[in-house]
Design a protein around this ligand. Structure first.
Ligand code: ADP
Ligand code: MG
Length: 695
């Protein structure tokens, strides 16, 4: 058998339940109830040595006693007995096991030992395992009707597949879809993920023809690199909508750098971004978006044509669409001329197109067709209130008819009394029109489709190779740092490494004494800056370790003496640096992320960086396109352009530093954290005046 094949979890021909029970309020009973309720198409074998039958189905004392072949087994017995039953399954020739029972790895060392034990036995027989501590799987395909799960949600077959690291979240999503009469395709909740991982399930969904869109709920990743690879491959084929928990987690409380401190909790978001996954921060929105994805085509842009038969909700929708980055361009003269012929006299012929409340089927038909034919329109937003004086059934039929052609997506804010307009509602639902009660909800769902188009058509860019880099020189510095067991590099180490990577830095020198400082100062020239350099001093300006705009030798003496008296560090040295004219202060940083590599950060820098927190991250390596995006993605992006009489900064140089830093951490992955803060940037020159590297 193919070891990687997860087919037996979703398309089992026969299922046994080890730990089947006659007690109605038990998992061992409910799984059988669910399988029967949905009409599982193969034989079900309850395993229980004490009873003859469960729910009218013949029970067997042991899996070994089952007469026929068993492809999938559920195990719901207490943990200590699980390894032996896995062994029995192996002997019986079972292909896949869902261990629903909890009480393994999540309970500590003893549980971990049991988990290791059953995994080893499963491996011996080539059995794949989902769980333990999980709900299981569902396949709604009528060929199988495999509800291998103890949860409660009813489903109808559809094209949305769900994979959730939490059964609770999975159940919530399934129930929302069911309440909105939206179909489900595959479902998986893999609990501890001892064997079959989220990545494998994602890959399976990617290959499943019946899956049109995937909803993914993640809490953590055990193998980030594998996930990235699989997600990229699947996301290129079909939309993955994902939501992760723990977004507010304080990632690096004890961090020694600005970058480390600012990076907490962003990683999963960045992984989604890099993999081409559409990320959500709200469960309701992800469900609504999935509904739109499950029936509508992906638009080629973000221009909306709005059609409405009522005023207010359309205005609210317009605000929401625009705030989601959508636009509503005017319609063409040709379209206007056509609509003048087909619309009612009171209609407002524009975008939004108000067909007015008395509009009937023919008016809606023409309105939607004209909008669909407008080249500059990518998707249709519909507000449809059901006026009691209109034949709404016919209107709904027209909407469904046009939508069937799948030319451009339609999303609808449907305002009605569903009990009294049941037939109209059913026509829209059967026609696959995503209908939402609120204008904001409908607008967000439509904008998700267009965001996915943006992701899908995004240019990835290329990773630049710099031929002017002196890797050997940097390596010598790193080697000597390692030999000395240093964790925080001195200013001299850092600046030598940056020089080797042609990262521009302000002219500098180091002095140990007052006299040396004066000599070095004369060499650099006035005005200049003096900074305290000691491994104990992390943020120099906080302790009075930065003196700027020093104009002569006399001032150098005073400043150095003062710092010596005040700071009292045995390793204290003085960093002498040219004084730069006022510029925009930027930050570029790096933080190591376990299992992933490095994060690269860009933002507004200086001593206020933690106050403004205007920074963005990407996962290294950084391409040219990604580096440029980072400059555009900060909140204060406009400050980098011409601003109040100041010329815009040289963005090309900043982008190049980002790419050079990415190369540096790629060459020296042992770098834990790195800050260039600030980088002084104006229209002519971009250069770092403070830098820190932590190993
Ligand atoms: P730290 O971050 O350790 O406090 P910095 O070297 O970043 O120390 O200096 C703090 C601030 O001093 C900078 O944000 C910048 O405003 C100013 N500064 C530092 N170096 C220079 C320089 N060479 N020219 C002009 N101003 C500077
Ligand atoms: Mg600094």
């Amino acid at each position: 058998m193919n070891k990687d094949n997860l087919n037996y979890f979703y398309e089992p021909k026969s299922i046994a339940l080890i730990g089947a029970s006659v007690k109605e309020l038990s998992i061992g009973n409910i799984i059988i109830k669910n399988l029967v309720h949905y009409g599982f198409t193969g034989p079900i074998y309850p395993i229980n040595p004490k009873v003859d039958e469960i729910r009218g189905i013949k029970a067997y004392p042991s899996i070994m006693d089952v007469p026929g072949e068993v492809e999938l087994a559920h195990i719901v017995i207490p943990p200590p007995f699980v390894p032996e039953e896995v062994e029995n399954c192996g002997k019986k020739g079972v292909k896949a096991i869902i261990i629903n029972t909890a009480g393994f790895k999540e309970m500590g060392a003893e549980g971990q030992a049991l988990e290791d034990d059953f995994l080893a036995r499963a491996k011996k027989y080539g059995i794949r395992i989902i769980g333990p501590n999980c709900q299981g799987t569902i396949n709604s395909d009528p060929k199988f009707n495999a509800y291998c799960n103890f949860t409660f949600t009813f489903y109808k077959p559809g094209s949305i597949s769900i994979v959730a690291q939490s059964g609770g979240v999975g159940a919530l999503i399934m129930q929302v879809l069911h309440d909105m009469e939206i179909g489900l395709r595959l479902y998986s909740s893999n609990g501890n993920g001892s064997d079959v991982s989220i990545s494998e399930i994602l890959k399976y969904y990617g290959d499943d023809e019946g899956t049109k869109v995937i909803i993914l709920y993640l809490e953590s990743l055990s193998n980030t690199k594998e996930f990235m690879e699989v997600a990229m491959e699947v996301a290129a084929k079909k939309p993955i909508l994902a939501i992760s928990a723990g977004r507010t987690e304080k990632g690096a409380a004890a961090s020694k750098s600005h970058t480390g401190g600012l990076a907490g909790g962003v990683t999963m978001e960045l992984i989604f971004q890099k993999a081409g996954i559409l990320s959500f921060s709200n469960l309701e929105e992800i469900c609504h978006a999935a509904i739109a994805f499950s029936s509508q085509p992906i638009p080629n842009g973000s221009n909306v044509g709005m059609i409405t038969n009522t005023g207010g909700p359309a205005i609210i929708a317009t605000d929401e669409l625009v705030s989601c980055g959508m636009a509503m361009p005017p319609i063409s003269e040709k379209a206007k001329a056509e609509l003048k012929q087909t619309m009612l006299e009171q209609a407002s012929i524009n975008n939004p197109l108000d067909v007015v409340a008395t509009a009937g089927a023919a008016h809606f038909k023409s309105a939607i067709e004209v909008m669909m034919n407008e080249e500059q329109i990518d998707g249709i937003y519909l507000t449809f209130v059901t006026p009691p004086f209109v034949d709404c059934v016919s209107v709904a039929k027209e909407i469904a008819e046009i939508s069937k052609k799948q030319i451009k997506p339609i999303v609808c804010n449907y305002i009605t009394d569903k009990q009294n307009w049941g037939e109209t509602s059913k026509i829209l639902a059967d026609g696959g029109i995503p209908c939402f009660d609120y204008p904001e909800t409908a607008a967000k769902a439509l904008s998700s489709l267009s965001k996915y188009n943006e992701i899908r058509s995004r240019k990835k860019g290329s990773i630049k190779t710099f031929t002017d880099i002196n890797k050997g020189k940097a390596k010598a510095v790193f080697d000597s740092v390692k030999a000395q067991g240093k964790e925080v590099l001195t200013a001299k180490d850092v600046y030598e490494i940056l020089e080797a990577y042609k990262i521009p830095i302000a002219k500098w020198s180091i002095a140990k004494t007052v006299d040396e400082a004066v000599i070095e100062a004369e060499k650099i020239g006035f005005p200049l800056v003096i900074k305290a350099d000691s491994k104990k001093i992390i943020h120099k300006s906080d302790v009075g370790g930065v003196a700027i705009n020093i104009k002569n030798a006399e001032e150098v003496r005073t400043v150095v003496q003062n710092m010596q008296n005040k700071l009292q560090q045995p390793d204290l040295k003085f960093f002498i640096q040219e004084f730069l004219p006022e510029s925009r202060e930027l930050i570029i940083g790096v933080k190591e992320e376990e299992g992933l590599g490095h994060l690269i950060m860009f933002g507004m820098g200086g001593v206020m960086v933690e106050v403004y927190k205007d920074v963005v991250f990407k996962i290294a390596p950084t391409t040219d396109v990604e580096a440029n995006e980072m400059l555009e993605n900060i909140k204060s992006a406009a400050l980098l352009n011409d601003f109040r009489g100041k010329k815009g900064i040289d963005k090309g140089k900043v982008s190049e530093i980002l790419q050079r830093i990415s190369t540096l951490v790629n060459d020296f992955p042992e770098i834990k954290e790195l800050d260039l803060n600030p980088i002084f940037a104006n229209e002519n020159r971009v250069c770092a005046v403070d830098a820190r590297i932590i190993m």
